[in-house]
Design a protein around this ligand. Structure first.
Ligand code: CO
Length: 466
């Protein structure tokens, strides 16, 4: 198979390569480690997971310095994976896969739920630990050098929640982490939590009662506010317990509800306004900032939640996959509440949006990077750099290759939003390999590539750690 579908096949080999072959000029100044996360095993025994989000988490580390790049990959040794391998079948419930359970097993699981620790979406620093994250509040710590799993991080608090975002924000000025969680119960609630730098204790800044929680993959943050975007994909919490189907399938699309933006003030946790907009769905907030009594909130949106089903493995492995890219939309949310305005910022489709964090986060900005769609009917097959003011874009593509999330690394001292490089793992199915692409962010042209000795399945998110 020489097309994008190679990116949805298992990778079970774990390697360490002290020096990858490099073509081009790998910058001497680029010093640190890109750690990426994503699924790498999509079946156990004769059972398959249903969805791209469900495969066993694997970490990939590209350590660079002095113009060279090393590579290591390793599965996260989670309970979810360990139990599955030991029993030769799927044991824990994932995002869109539910293990076959006897009635007895199902009843027991209601009283003794085993939420997944398959932390395959993102990575972050928490306290002194490097952690892998998914959408349960169960961070899994790992050694950034060896990628060996250290174990689940026990938060040093008694905050109770069942769902969490894999996209926490780190405040540029304080270094504290803000995250969003959902506690399901007789009275469910959204929680905004603060974790001070150097701590593993969550403090709940804000609680919002909610009867039908929305599925929200990420949230927005400005200097003074947090923004929850309640897409009308909602769940009756009782269904999570009683209906016995995969987690996400309990959520119902109810477009008549529209979209509700909940604006919460960081200083005291108060909800200062709710703004409404037409029904839409999104995974990724791009950026948000305050401007003249409004919050400007940029999000990669979809007309509805069908993108979730489109990212099921059966569809992604078909002849016509979803391109997996959405529309960059700007919402303006009055701090006095009421209707939000919405406007498409660019015709260029994108996903997995990234910024120059230090220069752009939570302030007026120009540039977003992401994966994009060059060919309709194909999986994401280019990288894009979109100017959010003009809507114009620069693109990078190479025939029959499939780039992943581009991570921006500023040049030392560089403050311009494109003064630096982008790092993207690109699948090259014809050669049965992936390579780490290094783009000059200003010209958006290839500066170098480092070739990995195998094809890396499509992943989600990664971070560059200095
Ligand atoms: Co994400």
């Amino acid at each position: 198979m020489t097309d994008y579908r190679r990116g949805f096949e298992d990778l079970t080999r774990e390697v360490y390569e002290p020096e990858l072959p490099v073509e081009g000029d790998w910058p001497e100044w680029l010093s640190g480690t890109l750690i990426r996360n994503g699924p790498a095993q999509f079946s156990v025994g004769d059972q398959s997971y249903n969805h791209w989000f469900d495969g066993h988490a694997m970490l990939h580390a590209f350590r660079m310095g002095g113009g060279t790049v090393s590579y290591r990959n390793r599965f996260l040794e989670t309970q979810s994976r360990t139990e599955a391998l030991a029993e030769g079948k799927i044991v824990r419930s994932e995002f869109a896969t539910d293990p076959c359970m006897s009635l007895f097993g199902r009843i027991m699981s209601v009283f003794n739920p085993k939420p997944t620790d398959n932390a395959g979406i993102n990575v972050a620093r928490l306290d002194d630990a490097y952690v892998a994250l998914t959408e349960t509040p169960i961070p899994v710590a790992f050694d950034p050098e060896t990628l060996e799993t250290v174990g689940v991080v026990d938060y040093d608090d008694d905050v109770d929640a069942q769902m969490a975002t894999a996209h926490p924000h780190v405040e540029p000025d304080t270094g504290r982490t803000l995250t969003y969680q959902v506690a399901f119960g007789r009275q469910s609630e959204y929680q905004i939590c603060s974790i001070p730098s150097g701590s593993a204790a969550r403090t709940v800044l804000s609680r919002l009662d909610v009867d039908r929680p929305s599925y929200m993959h990420s949230f927005g943050m400005t200097e003074n506010y947090v923004i929850l975007s309640e897409w009308p994909l909602v769940v009756d919490p009782l269904d999570l317990l009683l209906r016995g189907q995969p987690f996400i399938e309990n959520f119902e699309w109810q477009p008549d509800r529209g979209t509700r933006f909940r604006i919460l003030r960081k200083a005291d946790g108060a909800e200062v306004a709710t703004c409404t907009a037409d029904a839409a769905f999104a995974f990724h907030h791009v950026n948000a900032f305050e401007q003249e009594g409004e919050i400007v909130c940029d999000i990669v949106t979809y007309p509805d939640a069908s993108i979730i089903d489109e990212l099921a493995l059966d569809n992604l492995r078909s002849e016509k996959p979803s391109p997996g890219t959405g529309t960059l939309r700007r919402y303006r949310l009055p701090l006095t509440g009421g209707s939000a305005s919405a406007r498409v910022l660019s015709d260029e489709r994108l996903e997995l949006p990234r910024l120059h964090e230090a220069s752009a986060r939570a302030r007026p900005y120009d540039t977003v990077y992401g994966i994009g769609t060059r060919t309709e009917g194909n999986f994401a097959d280019q990288l894009v750099k979109v100017n959010v003011g003009s809507g114009t874009a620069q693109t990078w593509q190479a025939d029959d290759t499939y780039p992943g999330e581009p991570v921006f690394v500023p040049r030392p001292g560089g403050t311009a939003e494109d003064d630096g490089v982008l790092l993207s793992v690109v699948l090259d199915p014809a050669n049965d390999r992936s390579f780490l692409l290094l783009l000059d962010a200003t010209t958006f042209s290839e500066q170098a590539r480092a070739t990995v000795p195998h094809a890396i399945p499509f992943g989600f998110h990664g971070q560059f750690f200095e």
